[in-house]
Design a protein around this ligand. Structure first.
Ligand code: DSN
Length: 424
């Protein structure tokens, strides 16, 4: 019998504890993350994690599902209410898994798709090297207007008519402004294309009625992850309209197409988060957008170049900063330096960057959704912008700034907009 492996258990538990302590002391501005409420944590750490339940509630391929079925049916109802959709499917285990299901259900190899290029903020799963390409789709990309930081509507309409795609995909990962869905969905319909919207980043804002409303603007199917502005556990979701006989193809693609068992503990966490968002989502999303605007204005005040000036900088949770004037390595220099100061964000290619600059891109992407969830308001955004200035413009020792970040963060430790803590 081998001895001493308990040391690894101790190490793992120790690193988890260190990580949690460290995260609670830092200002996390990663735009794709969030923190869950204690109730959601309870669901994710529950006995639902030990269960198999392939298929649809009450029509499972496994016995012993009477409780998980009840939870999943509540979830379907809550997600349909939240997004005013005809159907909701909580089974995808990630946003990419949800995208795979749509590509496999609604398209065939050789079909054409139009998506947002990753260098313009699109997601890797939409690309030829991601899920769309793996499905065998011929991938075209939306013409992008760098000035407007958005899809170029006229050129995009022309592209749809030329390419005649089977599916068009809106949404992405660098996403300060709503996409022109109202304008382009009717053109996509003219050529018989499905309209998909990847709401991974903005799901919580849509739920709170503070961004665009894709299903009312002509989208057939929304895919998303459930842990960004939607402050749930890691996972995926698909909500969709009744778009006719192909609904069955989508459902077949979800299971048994790209999934066998779904993750029932995460499913339960999504259900509690949906209830939180029905109760508190409007106020949460409203504060997220206010905070993002306040952060953009404060950064400009401190001397940073923020993208989207003529459009009010942002309408989402994201603020995009161009730091190319501050250092030759730009974002590749700024992001690790900020981490030393306890401010966690990521460097990001901007649409005008050549792809070779991927490790030293011009941009920083900031998301304020997590700090909003722990109770921060507009004035707190000014404090954070001030910390960033001290590190990146004044070139103060990041370790000194880290101490101040630590004390600032002490006051923000609870995930509000939840049944556990209510409103901040
Ligand atoms: N693309 C990742 C992000 O936006 O951080 C999520 O998949």
């Amino acid at each position: 019998m081998s001895e001493g492996y308990g040391e690894y258990r101790n190490k793992v538990l120790g690193f988890i504890e260190e990580h949690e302590k460290w995260r609670s002391h830092t200002v996390n501005l990663i735009a794709s993350e969030n923190v869950t409420s204690p109730s959601v944590k309870r669901a994710v750490a529950s006995g639902f994690m030990h269960k198999y339940a392939e298929g649809w509630p009450r029509q499972r391929y496994y016995q012993g599902c009477k409780y998980v079925d009840e939870v999943e049916l509540i979830g379907v109802d809550l997600f349909c209410r939240l997004f005013k959709s005809d159907f909701a499917d909580l089974r995808p285990v990630s946003g990419t898994n949800a995208n795979q299901a749509v590509f496999f259900g609604l398209t065939q190899p050789g079909d054409k798709a139009i998506v947002l290029h990753t260098s313009h903020g699109g997601h890797i799963s939409h690309m030829p090297f991601g899920a769309a390409g793996m499905r065998g789709l011929e991938v075209h990309t939306w013409p992008f207007d760098n000035e407007a930081f958005n899809i170029d509507v006229d050129k995009a309409a022309q592209l749809i008519r030329e390419v005649e795609p089977k599916i068009v995909v809106f949404g992405g990962s660098l996403f300060p402004f709503p996409h022109p869905v109202k304008e382009l969905a009717p053109v996509a319909k003219e050529v018989g294309a499905y309209v998909m919207y990847d709401a991974a980043h903005v799901l919580g804002l849509i739920a709170g009625g503070q961004f665009q409303d894709p299903l009312r603007e002509g989208v057939d199917v929304i895919t998303a992850s459930t842990h960004k502005t939607f402050p749930g556990p890691q996972g995926g979701i698909i909500v969709y309209k009744n778009f006719g006989e192909d609904v069955a193809k989508l459902q077949w693609a979800i299971f048994p197409g790209v999934l066998s068992n779904h993750h029932l503990h995460h499913m339960a966490g999504k259900v509690i988060t949906a209830a939180e968002m029905l109760e508190y989502g409007e106020k949460y999303a409203e504060q997220v957008v206010k905070n993002a605007k306040a952060m953009a204005e404060a950064l400009v005040e401190e001397g940073f170049k923020v993208v989207g000036e003529d459009r009010g900088y942002t309408e989402s949770h994201q603020v995009i900063v161009d730091v190319s004037d501050l250092h030759p390595a730009a974002g590749g220099w700024a992001a690790p330096l900020l981490e030393e100061a306890g401010i966690i964000l990521n460097k990001n290619l901007l649409p005008w960057d050549p792809l070779e600059k991927v490790n030293e891109p011009s941009g920083l992407r900031i998301g304020v959704q997590e700090m909003t969830r722990v109770g921060m308001k507009e004035d707190d955004m000014k404090e954070i912008a001030g910390f960033m200035k001290r590190v990146l413009i004044d070139r103060e020792d990041p370790k000194k700034v880290e101490r101040d970040v630590f004390y600032f963060r002490q006051n923000f430790q609870r995930p509000y907009y939840s049944f556990d803590y209510g409103l901040p």
